[in-house]
Design a protein around this ligand. Structure first.
Ligand code: SDX
Length: 375
């Protein structure tokens, strides 16, 4: 029997069939339920995309209006959760706050967090609640009052309203809506896979989303967007780009926002976010982020042949929208919760325990030695 080949990181391993999301890594295409991401980003709202992921088709006007109303109603958080959030240190990582709050919400609202619940209720609840949780925590740590639920606002506008002050220009709302659409789903990325592994044991939706949030936090995954902005802070001036990036590469450091396990060409989301970084930068009269990122792109591609991924430009767009840097990854989670929940519901519908094996390379047949006889 030939030794099984280990696929480190499960690279290229096809673990299951799904009708949610297709990534053409060589062609640089991303499709949600049959629709190209470029069409969805240009034409659909995030609420339409959420509906598409959950129900498998785009909503009609009545279905969309009903979805919007349900999301608005579910923005309100139970007072017991607010009490818990009030007890958390204001220095807590916002991703840890999200993870903790989802766990607590399962205990406070047990109906939707029963194992194998295939209803859309939990997906709606979490999609509506995540921005509320983030906004409540962020305003508390900034000494500001709790944000209202803004029933008049779209989901994208609500995310902006709870995370920063001031008027919401139509371009800002559209930029956030596009960013939410682009981050909604991405096949079996690490955090979605974590959610599916959890669901495959018939554990509950909230446990699966808690697994996913903990996984997304990592800088090799969702945490990269914050580190891209730290790289720009380190570079400071465009003319220092070459020096700083090449020094990092010489130290075999990863340049955040570049490379991807599946895309062998440019991530189509990076293409769209690059355009939005320029559009919003031009609107705000600040192209410094865009200009420096273009310089970083040029050096990294020349030196390592790597392409940008979704995280390279997203941080510049969020910065221009006045969102604090440590909320970039939480905003990723605010969007990705739609994909995570869609994958969990799909797993429940055709469940198979996810359980790979490992190649054992340790010793076998050792003799037990009583503790007093050990050196
Ligand atoms: C996301 O999976 C998804 O779909 C994720 C995501 C989603 O929507 O859910 O798309 C979101 O997570 C995007 C990726 C965000 N992470 C980063 O930007 C972190 C930097 N990127 C790398 O760490 C890396 O590219 C990964 C983790 C994204 C992918 O890593 P792989 O597929 O395991 O590739 P690898 O580590 O085996 O690298 C292959 C080679 C190595 O060179 P050698 O050591 O063989 O000479 O490419 C090099 C790596 O050193 N390389 C990089 C690099 N990425 C790969 N070198 C410098 N900088 C990088 N960013």
């Amino acid at each position: 029997m030939p030794e099984p080949t280990v696929q480190r990181g499960l690279e290229d391993v096809v673990a299951l069939e799904s009708s949610l999301c297709f990534i053409d890594g060589r062609g640089g295409r991303l499709i949600y339920r049959g629709y190209d991401i470029r069409d969805l980003a240009a034409n659909a709202t995030f609420e339409e995309v959420a509906y598409l992921l959950w129900y498998g088709q785009l909503p009609n006007r009545g279905q969309l209006d009903e979805l919007r109303q349900r999301l608005v109603m579910l923005r309100t958080l139970p007072p017991e959760l607010l009490t818990i959030l009030d007890r958390l240190p204001t220095t807590s990582s916002p991703m840890d706050v999200l993870r903790t709050a989802v766990s607590a919400l399962a205990l406070l609202e047990p109906t939707e967090s029963q194992p194998g619940v295939t209803s859309i209720g939990g997906a709606l609840r979490l999609t509506a609640a995540l921005p509320s949780i983030l906004g409540y925590y962020h305003r508390r740590r900034s000494g500001q009052p709790a944000p209202p639920t803004h029933p008049e606002l779209s989901h994208a506008a609500y995310v902006l309203a709870v995370l920063r002050n001031g008027p919401i220009a139509p371009l800002d709302e559209k930029a956030m809506d596009v960013a939410l659409t682009l981050h909604a789903d991405h096949e079996l990325n690490a955090s979605t896979f974590a959610a599916r592994v959890t669901a495959s044991t018939l554990s509950d939706l909230y446990s699966a989303i808690t697994s996913a949030i903990g996984t997304l936090k990592g800088p090799l995954h969702g945490g990269a967007n914050e580190r891209v902005m730290e790289l720009l802070e380190e570079i400071q001036l465009p003319e220092r780009t070459e020096e700083v990036v090449k020094a990092k590469l010489a130290r075999h450091e990863r340049i955040m926002g570049f490379g991807h396990r599946v895309y062998k060409v440019e991530d189509p989301r990076a293409t769209i976010l690059r355009d939005w970084s320029h559009r919003v930068g031009e609107e705000k009269g600040n192209l410094s982020y865009y200009d420096r990122l273009r310089r970083v792109e040029e050096v990294v591609h020349r030196e390592k042949g790597l392409y940008p991924n979704v995280d390279l430009y997203s941080g510049s767009v969020y910065t221009l929208l006045d969102i604090p840097k440590d909320l970039f990854t939480p905003v990723f989670a605010v969007s990705r919760v739609t994909g995570w929940t869609a994958h969990v519901l799909e797993e429940y519908q055709d469940l198979r325990l996810i359980r790979p094996t490992s190649n054992y390379v340790g010793p076998t047949d050792l003799t037990y030695v009583p503790i007093d006889a050990r050196p």
